[in-house]
Design a protein around this ligand. Structure first.
Ligand SMILES: [Zn+2]
Length: 338
């Protein structure tokens, strides 16, 4: 089915219109061909055939594949190359603002080798191409408070204009407990970093409550299972906490199809939602294809999609003057397509 509210002209314009994406993992943007080249360079056999590399049976297999991929990377030069590939992908999609989650626990490189090359590349891309880029270091849900404090201390000691937030991600199946990270997230907030958390995916609505009450999140990654608790949806709407929704990703891990996804209910309840891809290389999608798929599934118009983009501008952790400029750009360019 295609959206009756989206003309062919509008549909094809989406790829070239300026866009914002806030829920995107550095690790999930690495193309299989880059991984094959990395493995070949160190004589490592591929874990699966290149064309099947991103075929997973569940979230746990997905996370173990991630660890294998990240372990192939052994130098700052390779991280810089991957960062450049990411910037090229964003430019190809005309994503003018992106905030990228990276979880150092997947990587064998130290924080000092892993994060500075990415930040340097983001700063270069900002000045050269005018893209607004933020990096959000993330703690794994399985980790300990000491790990979170170590990562946060690194962020505070290595303050950088493109280091914009602090995050928690990873499988929630082991439980939605986050109380062990309360101190680290409080300190992150006090240091001026934006706070975001993966919650309300595999953990259910109680994971969202924990993220709100224990971590003090500014926004949520996923958060979609808040739909199971009407009181929680009212709270999220009243407090204006944005949900960085990834419909295709959720339909890989959580819901059987777009028809079963709760995005329409969340929007109808007045929640602030943004549209994202989560792991585009792994899911073989991109932000343009995702926006079209969402519009088609829920009969959205170009104006609706523009509003979802403006929601992302509002939820971004970049400076206020950047946000004002991004909002003007999106308003003007999206409104010009009739
Ligand atoms: Zn994610």
């Amino acid at each position: 089915m295609t959206s009756v509210y989206l003309s062919e002209r509008q549909r094809s314009a989406i790829k070239t219109l300026p866009k914002v994406e806030l829920h995107l993992h550095f690790e999930g943007c690495i193309q299989p061909e880059s991984i094959e080249a990395l493995a070949r360079s160190i004589d490592q056999p591929m874990i699966r055939r290149t064309q099947d590399l991103y075929s997973f049976k569940d979230l746990e297999e997905f996370l173990s594949t991630l660890d294998w991929i990240c372990n192939l990377v052994g130098s700052e030069h390779e991280i810089t190359t991957l960062s450049q590939s990411l910037v090229n992908y964003l430019r190809g999609q005309n994503i003018v603002c992106a905030e990228i989650i990276i979880n150092p626990s997947h990587w064998r490189l130290s924080l000092d080798s892993l994060l500075p090359p990415i930040l340097a590349e983001f700063a270069r891309a900002e000045s050269q191409f005018g893209i607004t880029l933020g990096l959000l270091p993330s703690i794994g849900r399985h980790q300990k408070n000491a790990d979170a404090m170590q990562l946060l201390d690194w962020c505070v000691s290595n303050s950088h204009p493109n280091l914009r937030g602090f995050s928690i991600d990873g499988s929630e199946r082991g439980g939605s407990r986050t109380d062990q990270f309360v101190g680290a997230f409080k300190k992150a907030k006090e240091s001026g970093l934006g706070i975001t958390a993966h919650a309300g995916e595999s953990s259910g609505s109680q994971g969202v409550v924990a993220a709100l009450d224990q971590l003090g999140v500014d926004r949520l990654d996923h958060g979609v299972r808040a739909v199971e608790d009407p009181g929680l949806m009212s709270r999220l709407a009243a407090e204006g906490i944005p949900l960085n929704v990834c419909v295709s990703s959720n339909c890989h891990n959580l819901y059987p199809s777009f028809d079963q996804h709760p995005l329409p209910q969340l929007l109808a309840k007045g929640l602030i939602c943004t549209i994202n891809t989560d792991d585009p290389a792994m899911l073989d999608i991109n932000l343009s294809s995702e926006l079209v798929a969402v519009a088609d599934a829920y009969d959205l118009s170009l104006g609706d999609l523009k509003q979802l983009q403006l929601n992302a501008v509002g939820a971004a952790f970049c400076p206020l003057d950047n946000k004002a400029q991004l909002a003007r750009q999106i308003e003007n360019e999206w409104s010009a397509i009739t």
